[in-house]
Design a protein around this ligand. Structure first.
Ligand code: NDP
Length: 256
């Protein structure tokens, strides 16, 4: 227990096999939480679970495509049975992007992006709610993007899905405070993960990022997961409804 420990707590992190999600699972487990995670790829999931087990972490996992409503129901059922119907922490991490101009978006691409980024976030919160409430101390952390705060040229649909998540954060914070559930949002900027590794090979693009970012480098996943972990700690018990950027100063940089 105590303000700086997650010992005795339970957590669900979606998309924990790579990138930011992987760093979040490792951090929460290192602070003492029992963590359940998911991804779409069984082999990679097994490999990660074995690594965490070797580190002495309490991590379980199951295959789930969060864009599928029945698979979301199965995931939460699995979490409920693993953690006896109680969940302290829900980290809504999975997100995808199709980087293209608005007029090139097909109806299918629009629907797929929204299904993965927004529909799944809303529905998983609905499904996790009774478990979070039953724990007596619940915390939701959404992973958004600075694309949901300022226009970045990363695609309007992705930006809209993330802006919607920012607002979901604030509404759930107010709606579920009575149930002792907090809701906050962590907003990363360019972070070294498999989602963007192809983009980071484009040196012109990287130069453009660095020229606009006061802290002149790309973030590492651990620099995002540390805020997520802080927001879940008992020490953060009065923080709710906040949308916090981990962006090396990008969103406050006017002109220099
Ligand atoms: P990665 O693509 O590196 O990792 C994504 C993880 O989620 C993998 O474990 C992947 O496993 C899993 N995943 C992907 N789709 C699904 C799905 N439909 N169902 C279940 N699991 C899925 O992503 P990042 O770590 O970079 O991104 C994490 C979050 O951070 C996203 O919401 C993203 O929008 C946000 N973000 C990232 C930034 C960056 O620069 N990296 C910047 C701003 C925001 P598998 O593919 O096997 O399912």
């Amino acid at each position: 227990g105590g303000r700086w420990s997650l010992s005795g707590m339970t957590a669900l992190v979606t998309g924990g096999t790579r990138g930011i999600g992987h760093a979040i699972v490792s951090d929460l487990a290192a602070f003492g939480a029992a963590v359940h995670t998911c991804s779409r790829t069984q082999t990679e999931l097994n490999k990660c679970l074995e690594e965490w087990q070797n580190l002495g972490f309490k991590v379980t996992g199951s295959v789930c495509d969060v864009s599928s409503p029945p698979q979301r129901e199965n995931l939460i059922q699995e979490v409920a049975s693993t953690f006896n119907g109680r969940l302290n922490i829900y980290v809504n991490n999975v997100g995808i992007n199709f980087r293209k101009p608005t007029i090139e978006y097909s109806t299918d691409e629009y629907s797929q992006l929204m299904a993965v980024n927004l529909d799944s976030s809303f529905h998983l919160c609905q499904l996790a709610y009774p478990l979070l409430k039953a724990s007596g101390k619940g915390s939701i952390v959404f992973i958004s993007s600075v694309a949901g705060v300022v226009s970045l040229g990363t695609g309007a649909v992705y930006a809209a899905s993330k802006a919607a998540i920012n607002q979901l954060t604030k509404n759930l914070a107010c709606e579920w405070a009575k149930d002792n559930i907090r809701s906050n949002c962590v907003v990363p900027w360019a972070t070294r993960t498999s989602l963007v590794e192809h983009l980071l090979k484009d040196l012109k693009f990287v130069d453009e990022i660095l020229s606009r970012t006061p802290i002149k480098r790309i973030a590492e996943p651990e620099e995002v997961s540390s805020l997520v972990t802080f927001l879940c700690l008992p020490g953060a018990s009065y923080i709710t409804g906040q949308v916090i950027c981990v962006d090396g100063g990008l969103t406050v940089n006017g002109f220099q």
